[in-house]
Design a protein around this ligand. Structure first.
Ligand SMILES: [Zn+2]
Length: 244
């Protein structure tokens, strides 16, 4: 498969190879014990421009393992629905999840690591199925987000958990802002990203509570400096753990 891709796109393959070699040397150059990337288990002196020199993880991605431990969400046998994971997130979960568990990855578009290609606002998944759902920086892209929230609520088991993070924009924004009259070409100017249909605020959890979820909040700025530095987290990030 990789060979076919390489033949079809030699330039892309070459740059991926370059990246791999660069990361290999970087990971050795930044040798140390100060920081830990829980995504790939790399230990080093410091993160390279906020990224892990071995796996390129961003601070927001490294927040997933931290949050799973913080809210104590994994056990030996879980059914997990991962909503639109990127490859790094997928590789990490695959590494830590037990063999007994069920790990489904849903996205509206297809990719090698996706096993359910469906729209989250109207899935065919059975009700009361999953123990845990994870969604990382996805809901700011979903126009009908309340429909998607209701759908996650439906497919979670009673007391099932939904671990979620969205970018808060602008930084520390208190109130979520969106307007369906805003044109797609103005998203970047108004919401800070060309594909974000809203500016999520610190009150975004209220939409989940309106559907029936209970909320627990993790604000990174409240953690110790040691924890923030060790795991390479970003103070501005917020994580919500919702319970059905
Ligand atoms: Zn890493």
């Amino acid at each position: 498969m990789k060979l076919i891709k390489a033949i079809k796109n030699p330039k892309g393959y070459y740059s991926a190879l370059q990246k791999l070699v660069a990361n290999f040397f970087r990971a050795r150059f930044y040798k140390g014990e100060n920081v830990l990337c829980e995504i790939c288990n790399w230990n080093g002196a410091y993160f390279f421009s906020g990224k892990c020199p071995k796996c390129n993880s961003l601070s927001r991605t490294r927040l997933i393992p931290f949050s799973i431990s913080f809210f104590n969400l994994f056990n030996e046998d879980i059914k997990l629905l991962h909503i639109a994971p990127n490859v790094n997130e997928y590789n990490f979960i695959k590494r830590i999840i037990s063999k007994k568990s069920q790990y489904d990855r849903l996205n509206i578009t297809s990719a090698n690591h996706i096993n359910i290609q469906q729209d989250l606002t109207s899935t065919t998944l059975k009700s009361n199925t999953y123990d845990l759902a994870i969604s990382w920086h996805v809901f700011e892209h979903i126009v009908e987000d309340v429909k998607a929230i209701s759908e996650v609520y439906r497919i979670l088991k009673p007391n099932g958990k939904f671990l979620l993070s969205v970018p808060i924009y602008p930084k520390n924004n208190a109130v979520t802002f969106e307007d369906s009259n805003i044109l797609y070409q103005d998203y970047k100017k108004i919401h800070g990203h060309e594909d974000h249909c809203r500016s999520c605020g610190l009150d975004y959890y209220k939409r989940f509570e309106a559907v029936g979820f209970k909320t627990k909040t993790l604000r990174i700025e409240n953690l110790s400096t040691h924890q923030i530095n060790r795991y390479g987290l970003s103070k501005s990030h917020v994580v919500w753990c919702f319970s059905k």
